[in-house]
Design a protein around this ligand. Structure first.
Ligand code: ZN
Length: 371
């Protein structure tokens, strides 16, 4: 009995010391044809730079919040805790790695090249040795990162500390881009969305990212019950570091921030269509008749639909919210005699919170069989 109690106490102490959360919250977005939808955060700090938490806590948070992959990207040039924690630039990754392997979180090695504007802060992930990125010149640091196979991003391009008046693209970013040293851009960082970054991502073929840039514990920074940290959805062929890198290099991502997704229509359109299922068996719609159609949304976000153009032969709600994990009733009314002969009723909407360019939402067509 005493032994049993001691075991219980040890177990309790172990759990409390490790701070394990026993529950993983799943993030629900469907896979796309040919691709898995992975949930990732590629910009994270620990006490090894100016963060407040130990590297293993980052892995526990990622597991509890339903992520597939993270990159710890401590600042290379800014290490305010270095007197207390003298260590090299690979150490935070190495400390987190065993737990990541145990919990099935893909941990990507990275570092943040931290300079004044221009070029500002740049993340290099998928590097092999972060120590070699400690260089006098930021350009040399980026070249070294690329030689190690890095995926390089411009972080928080509209950060007010560095771009107080306007979010500008500098000549140095063109220089990086032309040298093949800039692959992605944070369209969302922490709680900020940068429309300019979305425009540049489209114009300059940069990968769209949403990252937390978390410094404190995620639970005290984000409302994890009602919301989530900023997340990059990666459409990868497999759940592996190599596949994530391949997807990032080929721009197969979307930025998930609050109740919005930012991305290319090539990925947002199939994501929306895979999320939504028309559930009603509709007897043929005729003139002057009203029919109700169930539209189920299996994703985590409410889709906010606004009619783009009227349908032919019938009317439907001009505004429609498809709530997450709910079936919403859509009312349609026949307005012409011909409608009974139309086998495929089409509804033309835009999804206001799926954003493909600044001020531009994703157009979609809902199709209903009319037998
Ligand atoms: Zn950072």
């Amino acid at each position: 009995m005493i032994i049993f109690r001691v075991h219980l106490i040890i177990l309790f102490l172990f759990l409390s010391i490790r701070g394990y959360s026993q529950e993983r919250k799943e993030i629900n977005f469907p896979n796309l044809p040919g691709y898995l939808t992975l949930k990732c955060d590629f910009h994270i700090h620990t006490v090894f730079s100016d963060g407040d938490v130990w590297p293993t806590i980052r892995v526990q948070e990622a597991w509890a919040e339903g992520l597939d992959a993270i990159a710890i990207t401590d600042h290379i040039e800014y290490r305010p805790h270095s007197q207390d924690i003298p260590s090299d630039h690979n150490r935070s990754h190495e400390i987190a790695l065993p737990l990541a392997e145990q919990l099935g979180i893909i941990l990507i090695r990275g570092g943040e090249i931290t300079r004044k504007m221009p070029p500002g802060h740049l993340n290099a992930i998928f590097v092999k040795n972060v120590n070699l990125l400690e260089r006098e010149s930021w350009f040399d640091a980026c070249k070294e990162a690329r030689d190690q196979g890095a995926f390089i991003t411009w972080n928080h391009p509209g950060w007010k500390v560095q771009q107080p008046d306007r979010t500008l693209w500098w000549n140095d970013h063109t220089r990086l881009l032309e040298a093949g040293l800039l692959n992605g851009i944070e369209v969302v960082n922490d709680d900020s969305y940068y429309p300019e970054a979305l425009r540049w991502a489209n114009e300059k073929n940069l990968t769209i990212l949403a990252n937390s840039d978390i410094h404190g514990p995620t639970g005290t920074t984000f409302d994890l019950e009602k919301s989530h940290r900023p997340i990059t959805l990666v459409f990868a062929k497999e759940r592996s570091p190599q596949s994530i890198k391949e997807a990032l290099m080929n721009r197969r991502t979307a930025a998930y921030h609050r109740d919005k997704l930012y991305g290319d229509r090539a990925f947002l359109a199939p994501l929306f269509l895979a999320s939504v299922e028309i559930r009603s068996e509709l007897p043929r719609l005729e003139n002057m008749q009203v029919k109700y159609i169930g539209v189920h949304n299996n994703s985590d976000i409410d889709y906010k639909l606004k009619q783009r153009i009227p349908s032919i032969g019938f009317t439907a709600s001009p505004l429609l919210t498809l709530k997450a994990h709910r079936t919403t009733v859509l009312e349609i009314t026949g307005t012409s005699d011909e409608v009974k002969n139309v086998s495929n009723l089409k509804l033309y909407y835009e999804v206001e919170n799926l954003i493909v360019a600044p001020g531009e939402s994703l157009p979609v067509v809902l199709e209903i069989q009319n037998f």
